[in-house]
Design a protein around this ligand. Structure first.
Ligand code: FE2
Ligand code: FE2
Length: 203
């Protein structure tokens, strides 16, 4: 990690913001996910499709890093970690299926908004439990250096899931090409995070 002493922090500068750890980034992503749900709900047509693709991408990046790197550490290090993580993994499995169903359904389907709203409620509840029962407790249990190094897992996940061009991506087809079905993206990002973990066996 570089030792740059800038106090300014931004989403993509985890490497240059030495104070940030994986918990900071996970909490930030939870906020982004909640914001994107609201944006998808309010959008129409191609913009709605593109925002939904953004949501798919962020959920895949976030959950893949949690599953491959964050939950295993929590399982090992936290008291009752086995139980806490087991519940979260069940919720994540259900969420993946629902995300795939929403993707197959498409944003123009008459039931899409209702299903998205129900999905949003489940994701927000899941995130709240993660924050209270898992992430914030990690800070009291896992060394600060380790939590900072774990930022690399999120960066590996981000790098494996390209973003669509902003701000004038004209058609939803662009997003489809880049993102594709959620399950295929999950596989790709999971592989990237596992590669990262193998290269950082102590984290
Ligand atoms: Fe999660
Ligand atoms: Fe999460």
């Amino acid at each position: 990690m570089q030792s740059v002493t800038l106090g300014v922090m931004s989403m993509t500068t985890a490497e240059t913001a030495p104070g940030r750890d994986v918990v900071d980034l996970l909490l930030e992503q939870h906020d982004e996910i909640k914001s994107l749900f609201g944006q998808v709900q309010q959008a129409q047509g191609p913009v709605k499709q593109e925002l939904f693709q953004d949501l798919v991408r962020l959920l895949v990046v976030h959950e893949s890093a949690e599953e491959a790197v964050v939950h295993p550490v929590a399982r090992r290090k936290l008291e009752t970690g086995e139980q806490v993580v087991g519940q979260r993994l069940e919720e994540e499995d259900r969420a993946k299926k629902e995300l795939a169903d929403l993707y197959d359904m498409g944003v123009d389907h008459p039931d899409f908004d209702r299903r998205l709203e129900a999905f949003q409620a489940e994701v927000v509840q899941h995130a709240t439990k993660e924050e209270g029962d898992e992430f914030l407790r990690l800070r009291g249990t896992v060394e600060a250096d380790t939590l900072r190094r774990m930022v690399g897992a999120l960066e590996a996940a981000e790098a494996a899931a390209p973003t669509r061009p902003h701000p004038n991506a004209p058609e939803s087809a662009v997003g489809n090409v880049l993102t594709g079905p959620p399950m295929a993206l999950f596989d790709r990002v999971r592989d990237a995070v596992r590669d990262w973990r193998q290269q950082h066996p102590g984290d």
